[in-house]
Ligand binder design. Structure first.
Ligand SMILES: CC(C)(COP(=O)(O)OP(=O)(O)OC[C@H]1O[C@@H](n2cnc3c(N)ncnc32)[C@H](O)[C@@H]1OP(=O)(O)O)[C@@H](O)C(=O)NCCC(=O)NCCS
Length: 484
């Protein structure tokens, strides 16, 4: 072992030794005295100093701070271990992995959301039926489009009314609103794409403006270099796509953008699927445990400062909430956008797995929104942003409208289950526009990236505390049990 260390240190010091050797040789060559040659191994005044920068000076060009990264990780582990111990000492073990099951089973009549979710099929079938009738011209175009618009409106109104009036679990209500928002976005895409095909068939859109992806078999994966993996299943063309099978493939596929055909993988990789399912099960439990042990006690302890409007304590609560909330958000991101979506895609042999891009490196807020939720971003670009730009809107106006629609859905998903309209979510999403402008203008490179992280770390718990204040403290006094 000693030998190894010596070898390493000697190899690391090699350049210095070489320098010493060089200077020694220089000295020797300048005054080659035979007496000194005997003592050539011992040189006392070889050159020590030369012009060089300190490593922290930018002029040194030094950039290798890996050691500090390791230090940060160690400090993070140590401080979180301390937090964990403090939490357990204070509250004991609160984690109950099957609490959700016992809560649901204890009160089985409180499952109306399941029925509401299943009812989404009605709207899906109506959309399909209308598209079939419009193709067959068994209904006038204008009437058909009006019914489709009514159907889409019902997709938003029906769950809102149902969730508002039916007593249900808060979490189930949130899930119902998310499901219907997804169904709405999917149906908008389905209706728009079929309309493009119909308009092209009747000559109202020039074929020159129509790329017909279903006729370009090699088109799909040329960017991701996965052409070989895509199966050559027969391509469907309009109107053969107007079938229940095609519609329900889209209903379950992890995308919001309708296409007549999707890139498909040749087979289901069982090992890959097993890993993703395991991740889903494990991470769901981790999320549950973090919420029970860490997040909910902090929120419980926020009641008093919120009720008394004690601002210094509220800020302290906010910062305390930021950490568990952010950890849960990151895990939730991986759980949904990687594990769950990949599992669903694998089962459906859906080959386009770009559910997220590298948003963690985003140096502007704009980049973050472009990269973090690809299904929504793709839908927003295809069905809102580009049509608006094509209709004469400037890009910034179109982007503002996209954020406005996104803000509406954020508010819709949060406010209806809570039965309060405070617009915190709406404002939070809309505030992304000035924040994005500020960050792009004043913060560049790593500072921009840090600003993106800060807005995520602080923005979310701020919104949570606002809603928590309005929901529990104002509306229900201080009786706080859980979100169930
Ligand atoms: C509003 C929004 C679409 C603006 O995007 P942006 O990237 O700032 O705007 P850009 O001008 O760069 O164009 C966006 C896309 O449209 C494409 N595009 C622009 N003009 C186009 C045109 N005339 N025809 C076709 N494509 C066009 C661009 O190529 C770009 O594609 P890419 O994202 O695949 O690179 C984006 O910020 C967004 O999706 N916001 C909402 C996000 C959201 O609410 N997510 C919900 C998360 S829960």
């Amino acid at each position: 072992m000693v030998l190894t260390r010596n070898t390493k240190s000697s190899s690391r010091k090699k350049p210095e030794r070489e320098e010493e050797e060089e200077s020694r040789q220089e000295e020797c060559s300048s005054s080659p005295k035979p007496d000194e040659e005997k003592n050539s191994l011992r040189v006392f005044d070889h050159r020590i100093h030369k012009p060089r920068d300190s490593l922290f000076s930018s002029s040194s060009g030094f950039k290798d701070y890996r050691g500090f990264l390791n230090l940060a990780v160690i400090l993070l582990i140590l401080s979180n271990t301390r937090l964990l111990l403090e939490n357990i000492i204070k509250y004991g073990i609160l984690v109950d992995p099957i609490q959700w099951l016992t809560v649901i089973l204890k009160d089985p009549h409180r499952w109306p959301c399941l029925t509401v979710c299943m009812a989404s099929n009605i709207f899906v079938v109506i959309a399909l039926k209308m598209e079939q009738m419009l193709y067959q011209r068994s209904i006038p175009e204008k009437l058909g489009v009006a019914i489709l618009i009514l159907n889409l409106s019902a997709v938003l109104i029906f769950p809102a009314v149902a969730v508002w009036f039916l007593p249900s679990y808060l979490l189930a209500s949130f899930c119902t609103m998310i499901l219907y928002s997804v169904v709405f976005l999917k149906l908008v895409s389905f209706v728009m794409v079929n309309r493009w095909y119909r308009l092209e068939a009747t000559g109202r859109i020039s074929s020159l403006h129509f790329q017909h992806p279903e006729r370009q078999r090699t088109h799909y994966d040329h960017n991701t270099h996965t052409v070989k993996e895509v199966s050559s299943s027969p391509q469907v063309s309009y109107p053969d796509n107007l079938t229940l099978k095609n519609m329900y493939y889209f209903y379950f596929a992890p995308t919001l953008c309708y296409e007549l055909n999707y890139p498909r993988t040749p087979k289901i990789r069982k090992m890959f699927l097993a890993k993703r399912i395991l991740e889903v099960l494990l991470l769901t439990q981790v999320e549950l445990a973090l919420a029970q042990q860490w997040l909910l006690p902090i929120m419980q302890n926020s009641v008093e400062p919120l009720r008394d409007s004690d601002w210094s304590k509220i800020v302290e609560r906010l910062l305390k909430l930021a950490l568990p909330n952010h950890i849960m958000w990151i895990i939730g991101f991986y759980l949904i956008f990687h594990s769950l979506m990949n599992a669903v895609a694998e089962v459906m042999r859906f080959a386009d797995r770009e559910f997220y891009r590298q948003w963690w490196n985003a140096e502007t807020v704009k980049d973050f929104w472009r990269d973090w939720n690809m299904p929504v971003h793709r839908w927003a670009v295809r069905h809102l942003f580009v049509p608006l730009v094509d209709n004469g809107f400037k890009k910034w106006q179109a982007a503002c409208l996209v954020f406005l629609v996104s803000a509406f859905f954020h508010e819709y998903i949060v406010s209806v289950p809570l039965r309060i309209f405070r617009l915190w979510s709406f404002m939070g999403m809309l505030s992304q526009i000035p924040i994005a402008a500020f960050v792009s203008r004043y913060l560049k490179g790593p500072y921009g990236n840090m600003a993106v992280w800060m807005s995520l770390i602080i923005g979310q718990p701020l919104a949570i505390l606002m809603y928590f204040h309005d929901y529990y403290v104002m509306a229900r006094g201080q009786h706080f049990k859980s979100f169930a």
